[in-house]
Design a protein around this ligand. Structure first.
Ligand code: ATP
Ligand code: MG
Length: 292
């Protein structure tokens, strides 16, 4: 089972002078139990696309099926499909509203009718995943925290819903490097533990190359490219067409190759780049030794 997006079209403000076609015939299958990253230039339709995954927006044409069931509709099965997709919006900290951190995180599970015991356990587990110490932060006002800590509280509120699908719209935007790293590690840890399906919008090609199993590149409301990080980032022409760049390590090995270093260029993350550079150096040393 998975999320299937079929012939999806979205038009903002239809039949007005401001009409805007934001998604045009998008067809995708989001693989179950994997991390899928969505990238694309600003305005390419990423946020519009993900807001269709739990029925927040209604398609002009086409449909979104979660485990085979449409997210649009009033039947209990449609509601269940919508509820199985947890959504973290861009800048989710703007939506905090409760008096304490624990109450804010508990809001969703409480709304779903979970028992108090279950709620407390979910709040603790969610705070652990976003690296906020329960005893230190549970009674604090979310509005007295730093921006990065507020982001963690907001994400924990969605994590506490324990949905099989977790959608995040640029979760690390605006965080410092340590905050970004901790948050990404938390998302990956949660994914490994729960085997949930993660769909994440990201502007960082480095993060995508490191963490994603599947990549979707959007351009002008359409899917330009789709595949594994290696498949997608090997198409530098398409990546540039979408207004994006390849991961920084790929650019470095390509620059080395252009300078005459015999290094493999099909590397997209730091670990593989280090290996490729060592191999190139070892080859050069062996070649050099033979000549003396
Ligand atoms: N509420 C809205 N009303 C009208 N037009 C909108 C609305 N939201 C988005 N759009 C337009 O739809 C298109 C797609 O926007 P969307 O927010 O999905 O892009 P995005 O890829 O998420 O961009 P970003 O990287 O800046 O977040 C853009 O042209 C945008 O101006
Ligand atoms: Mg967006």
């Amino acid at each position: 089972m998975s999320i299937e997006i079929k012939n999806l079209k979205h038009i903002y403000m239809p039949r007005t002078p401001y009409e805007r076609l934001a998604l045009d015939d998008v067809n995708l299958t989001i693989p179950q139990g994997k991390i899928t990253a969505i990238a694309g230039h600003t305005g390419s339709g990423k946020s519009t696309l993900i807001q269709h995954l739990n029925g927040l927006l209604e398609p002009a044409e086409g449909q979104v099926l979660v485990d085979g069931v449409s997210v649009i509709g009033k039947k209990p099965e449609n509601k269940k499909a919508r509820r199985s997709v947890g959504m973290v919006f861009q800048y989710p900290e703007h939506q905090l509203f409760e008096e304490t951190v624990a109450k804010d995180i508990a809001f969703g599970p409480r709304n779903y009718g979970c028992s108090e015991e279950d709620i407390q356990q979910r709040v603790k587990a969610a705070m652990d995943f976003v690296k906020l110490d329960y005893d230190t932060y549970k009674d604090r006002s979310p509005f007295q925290l730093s921006g990065g800590q507020m982001r963690r509280v907001a994400i924990a509120g969605v994590v506490a819903l324990e949905t099989p699908y977790l959608v995040l719209d640029e979760p690390t935007a605006g965080l410092d490097p340590v905050g970004r790293e901790e948050l990404m590690n938390g998302i990956v840890k949660l994914h490994k533990k729960k085997n949930n399906t993660v769909i994440m919008v990201s502007h960082s090609m480095d993060d995508i190359a490191r963490f994603a199993d599947h990549v979707i590149i959007m351009a002008h409301g359409r899917v330009l490219l789709e595949g594994t990080p290696a498949q997608v980032f090997s198409r530098e022409d398409f990546i540039h067409q979408a207004g994006l760049e390849v991961p920084r390590v790929t650019a470095i090995v390509k620059a080395l190759k252009a300078e005459g270093v015999a290094v493999a260029t099909d590397v997209y993350n730091m670990e593989d780049a280090v290996k490729a550079i060592w191999q190139a150096l070892a080859k050069k040393k062996a070649g050099g030794a033979g000549k003396c």
